[in-house]
Design a protein around this ligand. Sequence first.
Ligand code: AMP
Length: 284
Amino acid sequence: MSKSLKTVRTVKELRKHVAKWRADGKSMALVPTMGALHDGHLGLVKLAKKKADKAIVSIFVNPTQFAPTEDLSRYPRDEAGDLQKLESVDADLVWAPDVAEMYPEGFSTAIAPGSAAEGLEGAIRPHHFGGVATVCCKLFSQVTPDIAIFGEKDYQQLIVLRQMVRDLNLPLKLIGAPTRRAKDGLALSSRNAYLSEAERAIAPELHAALAALSAEVGSGADIAAGIANAKVRLLTVGFASVDYIEVRDAETLQPIERADGRPLRILAAVRLGKTRLIDNVSAG
Ligand code: AMP
């Protein structure tokens, strides 16, 4: 197990480490997280170790991406456990600022993401991607990584951030990594910890329904009918509600009328008891 994992909590201290590694000619990959780490996150860190000399993991539960009605205060936190897990995958540095370090008194600048943030999560959580884009822009300029790695689990987030990096000429490469799943198909998520045993047994139906819809779309079936069937299937097995299931252009996330050979993405958000789950799969 690595003995060299450091946790830094101020921008000043972070910059010292980064400057030293730069001077030594080391490349750096950043994996932004909100902690409560699971194997999905650890997979991103392993990828970071493959792609760069140093893997930096940020842990910051970003208040500005939660609406007042959302689960900020009950979002799971376990820093000691996170640090152990990060040591086990040989991360090189943990960047764990507190809220006052990230948003000091008087902070008043924000990124306004473009069209990729419209609809889907953006429709249900109007301020979410502004908060995500602003904190990621800050993380990128604090850490100055060569690479930043994000999971396809949060597919719309990945596309919004790609657009931000492109639009603002941010000097880093953004890499998307496939979603890690439990054996039964449920996408690993910190929020799965909220599920009761009975809900956990139902939860894999989300991926099963999306996989079935993907196969239908791939074979040219009517998209609207497929989506309607998938919604009925989920409500029948016990999901409380379906916020959305949509088929979109995989690169731009623009809505599509029909499958025409270009890569598509099926994205969904559902509620199971009190827990909100999101997932997505490729199609077309
Ligand atoms: P979070 O802390 O859950 O906001 O996620 C931090 C990063 O981990 C984001 O880039 C997520 O997309 C990614 N991530 C979360 N769950 C998974 C998963 N099951 N597989 C791959 N990446 C994931």
